[in-house]
Design a protein around this ligand. Structure first.
Ligand code: SF4
Length: 240
């Protein structure tokens, strides 16, 4: 029977070698800014905005705070909804200042950090968990529409919808580990789900022929792998 750890192992085999924009070497402030800018847009647009911020030497809390509203809005414009996003960045900077700086904010225990982020204008659960996980490197499992799409296609998931329902279901489906291992694992699980959604399990025209999960997938017309000699593998021939 297909299990969540089995799915993650298959994702690791398919995508473990790929680049991910939030692997640990990324500076924490850049992760926080990216997590806010990526709301309602594609990562490629965020990269353009980050590039402009980098060129303006504004990927630093003090330098960003010193920008005028017009300057900040202009720099983040490629990420869309630029007025709102500039305002959200200002709100995040105020939260950092209230904690005594970014380092102190990120060093708070995960629950306290998440709570302060959720009290910040423009930061919801997904953005907060991205910051806790990839900037604070503390245990927080990010779930999103990619998570729901993949596991629903595999006939898995919680009875209810919603962010908390998906997060609780996924956390409880993974083996329990120490906090330190959990932080690392959660970061990897979310990255692998996103990489799978972008490379193979796309919303339209998923590339099922290259997917190791095809044999267990419930998408009825998912085109399966091709044999080298032509024809297709049947679902019973392929196991995860
Ligand atoms: S077989 Fe296709 S639809 Fe199913 S999980 Fe793989 S890529 Fe997604």
């Amino acid at each position: 029977m297909l299990t969540v750890p089995g799915v993650i192992a298959a994702l690791e085999a398919m995508h473990g070698h790929r680049e991910w924009h939030w692997w640990p070497e990324k500076p924490p402030f850049e992760v926080c800014v990216g997590a806010i800018l990526v709301q309602n847009t594609a990562w490629t647009n965020v990269e353009r905005a980050l590039e402009r911020l980098r060129d303006a030497r504004a990927l630093d809390p003090a330098r960003m705070a010193a920008l005028s509203d017009a300057e900040l809005e202009s720099l983040v414009r490629p990420s869309g909804q630029y007025r709102q996003k500039a305002r959200k960045l200002r709100a995040f900077l105020a939260t950092c200042a209230g904690a005594g700086g970014l380092d102190r904010l990120l060093a708070l225990p995960a629950a306290e950090l998440r709570s302060r982020l959720l009290q910040t204008w423009g930061i919801g659960p997904e953005t907060a968990d991205c910051i806790v996980c990839y900037a604070g490197r503390q245990p927080a499992l990010v779930v999103d529409t990619y998570t729901a799409r993949l596991f629903r296609r595999l006939g898995m998931g919680p009875a209810a919808e919603g962010y908390s329902a998906w997060q609780e279901w996924l956390v409880s489906s993974l083996p329990a580990v120490t906090d330190e291992r959990a932080a690392e694992r959660y970061a990897r699980v979310h990255a692998l789900v996103v990489l799978h959604a972008k490379h193979l399990c796309r919303k339209r025209n998923p590339r099922c022929g290259a997917c190791l999960l095809w044999g267990a997938c419930t998408v009825p017309d998912a085109p399966g792998p091709r044999l080298e000699t032509g024809g297709r593998v049947s679902r019973t021939e392929q196991t995860v």
